[in-house]
Unconditional design. Structure first.
Length: 183
């Protein structure tokens, strides 16, 4: 098991605004929001017939919540291409003899990484999310002529679990040399 060293100078927790999402070996441009990583384990209650009135609890099935990624609308088609692997309109509307390609079964799932960086831009945390697939795709947010906002696209990723990448260790935080004036 890897040994963790504690940076005795760092007292502040990491911020939530410096992060990047990676799949297929490269970072996806413009991701502005990622919902939290959450898992829930069901509680199985059981009771012995001889117990007074109390029950016992044990862990049951564990479920991993879907993750939503939001991105400003650009000409980048990464979200749309992945979403189309689950269901593609053009193929679904094809003639009956060509409908065997509504879904890309070979590659609709991806493993992704969510990397968190400190204020200096050093990677401090990374999470691997396994066997993700797009269950919801919104290509364009509401349009409103009276609003002052960015158009957003989002995908909702079902997944089969995640874990922290323990290979990412706490970096030595940079410092600026404090010049001492001798004049």
């Amino acid at each position: 098991m890897p040994q963790f060293t504690v940076n005795a100078r760092r007292l502040d927790p990491y911020k939530n605004f410096k992060f990047r999402v990676q799949w297929d070996g490269h970072y996806v441009a413009g991701v502005s929001k990622v919902t939290g990583l959450k898992r829930t384990t069901e509680v199985v209650r059981h009771r012995d017939g001889g117990d007074e009135s109390s029950s016992r609890k044990s862990p049951g099935r564990t479920e991993f919540d879907a993750i939503t990624l939001e991105c400003g609308v650009t000409h980048d088609t990464e979200f749309e291409r992945w979403a189309n692997k689950v269901w593609d309109y053009r193929n679904a509307q094809a003639s009956p003899d060509k409908r065997d390609k509504e879904m890309s079964l070979a590659d609709f799932r991806k493993d992704i990484s969510i990397d968190v960086f400190n204020e200096a831009g050093q990677k401090v945390l990374s999470y691997k999310v396994y066997r993700c697939w797009v269950s919801e795709y919104q290509s364009l947010s509401d349009l409103d002529a009276n609003a002052n906002a960015v158009a957003i696209t989002h995908i909702k990723l079902e997944n089969e679990g995640w874990e922290r990448d323990l290979g990412v260790t706490e970096p030595t935080e940079p410092t600026f040399d404090d010049p001492v004036s001798t004049a």
